[in-house]
Design a binder for this molecule. Sequence first.
Ligand code: SF4
Length: 451
Amino acid sequence: MGKVVEHPVFQRLRSDVGKFNIKGKKLLIPDMAPFGARLLASCLRAFDVDAIVMETYKGLELGKEFTSGKECFPCQVTLGDILYFLRKERARLGSSFDPEKYVYFLPESDGPCRFGMYNKLQRLVLDRFPEFSGVRIAYLTTDDAYSTEGILPPEDASTFRKLGYVATIVADVFDRMTWRVRPYEHKEGITDEFMQIALAAMQKLVEEKGRDLPFDEMLDLVADTAKTVASFMDSHQPRRPRIGIVGEIYLRTHPASNQNLIREIEGFGGEVVDASVAEWINYVSYEGFRKLSRRLRQEWKKGNASNFFSVLRKWLGQTIEIAWQALQQKKVYDRVFPYLDIQPDHAVWTIERHLKRYGLFSFDIGTEAALSIGGAIEYIREGFDGIVNVFPFTCMPSTICSAILKPFLDSLRIPYLDVAYDGSIQPNREVAIRTFMYQAQQHRLQRGNRR
Ligand code: SF4
């Protein structure tokens, strides 16, 4: 049989989309959750990676021009971000622009939806520009629970992973402090203004001392921030209806893509909690644990002692990691609670328990639908007055979520709203959100202003 010759396109997908050492390169991070993306860049800078968060949403037209329209909206937005950045950078540097000095960072998931394909598609698009084909694409993947091995030197990978996790929780908590205080602030704009100062202080600390894992100092800064922002609240204002957001992670955390939905809901009288970024990371770790538990049972049945103990070692490692993550998350939130009653995060195993109890969905099917459906149930149990499901137009898991949540919440008489985005401005969206907020207000009144 003759030798199979690999098509050059597939070679490119293998050679220039993957895990390779990013040290010495300028790492280009697409913006997503604003606090989170900036703290991630700071964590990388602590390990001598020249990481920056790219300007976002300015290149949307480019993203749309080089896609067919069938792709998920976040793929178009991030493609637009990288093309806009590279064009601008090339114009700025002229002949000294060297594509090999840059690495574009675009994580992926191992399915079943299209997120695993963004970086491949974007490789094909970048290769259409000879001047950008030298820009490699680096990813982290859910397949190995976002392991940074291969991207950072082995001696840094584990420390970076710990720092990155705690920084993610800090970013989530910064968001939750903002959402808790801003609707009640006594002076308009003071919360956002101060949170930018707090973010800059946290970034400085992480960049200067991140290698030494300065968790105590980071927690002290979180506590100081909570104490200060709590003082911005006007205690005479009555509690507003609380709205829980679930949905696709990029859309719900990227303000430009969701047309500033959180502020819009606040503008119509709500107080918002968006599902956290850590929830997804914890879910990925938990999924790893479930997979290993299944393999452990299989190896036990097969009676192969050597395979069994090899899987058992991995299972123990994963169990320890999950316990460590839960402990760090608790430590960060615990530093805020004395000053501010922010919403605690949902534990992934609790979400799974609710799904089983109500028979609505299964972690065996996976995807963000599991978190969104289970997360919505958690919000209801916590006394929220309405649920918003935010997603890119045609998003597969979010459409499943909508099909299940809508009739379920309707039967409980809980206000529910689907909001799909594709970059277009829909004149009726504001009316839908305004009507939803009226329903949430009525729901709160019927509950008798218990909180
Ligand atoms: S979660 Fe939705 S938007 Fe994201 S890749 Fe999957 S289908 Fe696309």
